[in-house]
Ligand binder design. Structure first.
Ligand SMILES: C[S@@+](CC[C@H](N)C(=O)[O-])C[C@H]1O[C@@H](n2cnc3c(N)ncnc32)[C@H](O)[C@@H]1O
Length: 398
């Protein structure tokens, strides 16, 4: 992947030149995804779903949100029965994309017989204004019905204030990563430079800042992760998730009693940092096509990097989160009743065959072991209230 040319992109070129002609890969990923005018998410130009650049579970159909909704409702009922009987709960979604998950979740709560939704604040934490606009359009009908939906920055939430469920589906894979490159027996920070004559982007390397090196050393001593691995060849490169721990830290302080459900592409450290995986896990998506060259068409396609299972769990537990469990999406959704929903579609076949077939395909994609079904569900908790500490039940982990 190193040194491949990229399409011209004036806004980014100007930015890189202004910063001296070379920027870290972290800055590159941050700009191309989150720049408010030209970034893929920042500007809101992303299109999710089968007609967009890539699918996410909630963009396929409401079935995903209904199945997760069952779990969220069940957790909240346990909160209510244990210690939160008179308080209002929050269901907080980070990085809500085009609003599909929140829309499906609210439909689930409105359809459930218990009027439970009246005790729930639905909150979206989304830093990209372009995405907020999409979400507001999608959720307008529920706002008009009086459903309590708020958009907030995490900094606006008071410390120890969240009582409820926090979900982040495919958000950590969109947080900028550092990339570390092994060259001539030394580790470097991967950078992106501009060739001033041709205006093409290419991969470069710059020294690793001491702080970054320290996090790599720490992972070695705590988790046995060796970077570079034995037998790494010249040019071996990996992603290093510096933003996950910052994100978890900012969130941890805000939770009073809560469950955090993170769903994402994930790999075991042993495979992630092996010498065989010589170019990391980061890829880009455009028009449903996956590309290894992440310098192509910057700002017009998604960049996504798998999370590392062990480092994510370690980051969370170091802060004080307790791990309730980790499972694959396929297994979680089957435990939550995906097979029954699939069976239920049979009734729809006579009424509307084409829609029933589409729904069936969407449900099967959610559990496809080669893609979404292999996503990991990480379930963490932080409870200040002692009563809940031992006995929370999670159907998705059975
Ligand atoms: C791959 S999309 C996932 C969208 C949605 N969760 C879904 O599953 O359809 C990533 C989302 O995370 C948002 N995002 C990026 N950085 C974020 C951050 N630091 N905090 C919260 N959301 C973020 C993006 O704007 C976008 O809405």
């Amino acid at each position: 992947m190193n040194s491949l040319p990229a399409n011209k992109s004036d806004w980014l070129i100007k930015k890189i030149i202004k910063m001296g002609g070379t920027i870290s890969f972290y800055d590159y990923m941050n700009f191309v995804l989150n720049d408010p005018i030209n970034g893929y998410y920042g500007s809101g130009k992303v299109e999710l779903g089968i007609r967009g650049d890539f699918v996410t579970s909630p963009s396929l159909s409401d079935d995903f949100a209904f199945l997760v909704g069952k779990q969220i409702e069940d957790w909240l009922i346990q909160f209510k029965n244990s210690f939160l009987s008179n308080r209002k709960f929050s269901v907080i979604e980070f990085g809500a994309g085009d609003g599909s998950f929140m829309s499906g979740l609210i439909k689930y709560f409105l359809e459930s017989r218990m009027n439970f939704w009246k005790n729930v604040s639905f909150v979206i934490i989304e830093p990209n204004q372009g995405m907020v606009e999409k979400q507001k359009n999608k959720l307008e009908e529920f706002l008009n019905l009086g459903v309590d939906i708020l958009w907030k920055g995490l900094e606006e939430v008071d410390e120890n204030n969240i009582n409820g469920i926090v979900i982040a589906n495919e958000v950590l894979d969109a947080l900028p990563v550092e990339r570390i490159t092994f060259s001539k027996g030394k580790l470097f920070r991967q950078a992106v430079s501009i060739d001033k004559k041709s205006c093409k982007l290419f991969f470069d390397k710059i020294p690793i800042p001491v702080e970054l090196l320290k996090t790599i050393e720490l992972a070695k001593s705590k988790l046995g992760i060796t970077i570079p691995p034995k037998n790494a060849l010249e040019g071996w490169t990996t992603e290093w998730h510096v933003a996950n721990s910052e994100w978890l830290k900012a969130l941890y302080g805000k939770i009073n009693n809560g469950i955090l459900l993170i769903i994402d592409y994930a790999k075991e450290a042993e495979k992630y940092y092996s010498s065989m995986n010589s170019d990391g896990m980061i890829v880009s998506y455009e028009n449903q096509k996956m590309m290894k060259n992440v310098l192509v068409n910057p700002g017009n396609c998604d960049l996504t990097s798998h999370v590392c299972i062990e480092t994510l769990i370690n980051d969370a537990e170091t802060l004080g989160f307790k791990t309730l469990g980790i499972t694959k999406q396929g297994e979680a959704l089957l435990s939550l009743g995906l097979a029954e929903r699939l069976y239920g579609i049979q009734k729809e076949f006579k009424e509307d065959l084409s829609n029933a077939l589409l729904r069936r395909e969407a449900l099967l994609r959610l559990v496809d072991p080669l893609c979404l079904g292999d996503f990991r569900w990480f379930v963490f908790k932080k409870f200040k209230e002692k009563k809940m500490i031992t006995n929370i039940n999670s159907t998705c982990l059975r």
